[in-house]
Design a protein around this ligand. Sequence first.
Ligand SMILES: *[C@@H]1O[C@H](CO)[C@@H](O)[C@H](O)[C@H]1NC(C)=O
Ligand SMILES: *[C@@H]1O[C@H](CO)[C@@H](O)[C@H](O)[C@H]1NC(C)=O
Ligand SMILES: *[C@@H]1O[C@H](CO)[C@@H](O)[C@H](O)[C@H]1NC(C)=O
Ligand SMILES: *[C@@H]1O[C@H](CO)[C@@H](O)[C@H](O)[C@H]1NC(C)=O
Ligand SMILES: *[C@@H]1O[C@H](CO)[C@@H](O)[C@H](O)[C@H]1NC(C)=O
Length: 462
Amino acid sequence: MARCHCRWCNVFICMCSPCICLVLLFIYASIMVCMDMQSTISPSRVIEEDRFVAPGTLRNNSFAPLPNTFWKLHWHGDAFWNHLQLSIDRHFNPILHPNTKLGFDDSTLLRQSFSEVINLDSTKKNLDKLPQHIQEFVGYMNIRDYATLIQPDGVCGAGAKDEREPPLLLLAIKTTELNFKNRQAIRQTWGQVGWMAGQKRNSSRGDEGGGYIRRVFLLGKENPEELGVDLSELLQIESQRYGDILQWNFKDTFFNLTLKDVLFWDWFSRSCSQTRFVFKGDDDVFVNTPNMITYLQEQLKKPKAHRTMKDFMVGDVIGAAIPNRVNNSKYFIPDTFYQGLYPTYAGGGGVVYSGLLAKRLHNISKRIHLFPIDDVYVGMCMIRLNVYPIHHDAFLTFDFPGKEKEERCSYHRILLVHKRNPNQIIKLWEDVKKTQTQCQGVPLRNAAKKEKKDKKPKQAKL
Ligand SMILES: *[C@@H]1O[C@H](CO)[C@@H](O)[C@H](O)[C@H]1NC(C)=O
Ligand SMILES: *[C@@H]1O[C@H](CO)[C@@H](O)[C@H](O)[C@H]1NC(C)=O
Ligand SMILES: *[C@@H]1O[C@H](CO)[C@@H](O)[C@H](O)[C@H]1NC(C)=O
Ligand SMILES: *[C@@H]1O[C@H](CO)[C@@H](O)[C@H](O)[C@H]1NC(C)=O
Ligand SMILES: *[C@@H]1O[C@H](CO)[C@@H](O)[C@H](O)[C@H]1NC(C)=O
């Protein structure tokens, strides 16, 4: 009886001791791996401001294009732009290179990666197959230091001479030499400079305050031979009269629009250190500027605003958009040029961000190759700052849904609507003024209403 018991005991020890050993070994290995990871990560624990952070570690990952499987590398090596950017992103990745020195010459790095990739045999073969206008883009995408032809009068665009506090909002509007009528309509209406009062939301609470507005128009150059006329002299006169023209010496084409962002950030960082917010948009939008002023002042009054302002961008946010692959579209991007989803971005018709963010975008843009579509490029900069734009339903970059346009007070409930021609802009501005008392206190459009009204998801750039 006792012997039998002993035998079972032996069997038990025989079976279990290897298991126990394995468990101990596993625990030991886990602890060692953990300690090792701790020691490599800790130097960059506090991830510096402008180091690339991979998607997935984002604060707001509601739109983050997460890979289906974590082991699938998003390499996309044969797409030209991805190939160019990959080495730069790797270089500034705080996990791969925790000790990379910040602040050295980023433009050298961009140029280096460009000449390396463009000289590969495989790239040369693929480049020939790209459509003509993309080949042209590639030919110039490495250049971004174009001369300034016309500078605005004021330090930071046209504004009131007697500003008693830093400007609240700089309106930076993309336009072309030809669109004089658009500029003039904007100057007379929503783009007036100087002190502007906010929108009173509550008669009982009295005046909602206001802020100083400044304005600058962003232009490239038309080719007089192609255009048939030379408008540069008229633009000079316009600039002397209004002092709000900022023109650079590059051809004003759709694929060169990204240059306006990059060069604007450069100018802004040097000239507009005090400006609180930037509106950047097209010259065919209507902005309810009083609403915008009140909305922005509310943001400044929020608790912790001094910390959140460095990340502040608001607009019509488009998430997980697929590049347009229809070859006759203006937005066509072939998969030999770019693969993968676009990062979350705010539609370029009109977007507002803080002056602080503009300066950070300026810094990070020196590490990101130009991309032909301007608002997507801004999204590419944002994701590398680990910042997400905030969506607001009062930015209507795809116009009003359904019949909402005809509703009473519809234009009092928005911050921006695209697209309106100069005559419409002038008419709308007058209408909004006329219906002021009638529509006083209507709230801005918001998400709750949107859920009821348009369930349809937005399609970007199709
Ligand atoms: C307007 O005032 C009323 C009471 O005075 C208040 O309940 C309401 O929240 C205010 N609305 C806004 C938009 O401030
Ligand atoms: C951008 O501007 C440059 C300089 O004027 C011009 O040579 C180039 O063709 C333009 N690029 C595109 C894609 O239009
Ligand atoms: C555009 O696509 C169509 C079909 O998808 C094709 O037949 C055509 O050749 C393409 N055009 C160009 C310029 O690539
Ligand atoms: C931008 O970069 C410069 C030079 O590296 C630095 O001094 C500045 O603080 C940076 N600005 C922001 C807003 O990060
Ligand atoms: C995060 O995204 C959601 C949309 O899914 C949005 O409602 C929210 O405001 C965003 N938060 C920040 C901080 O941007």
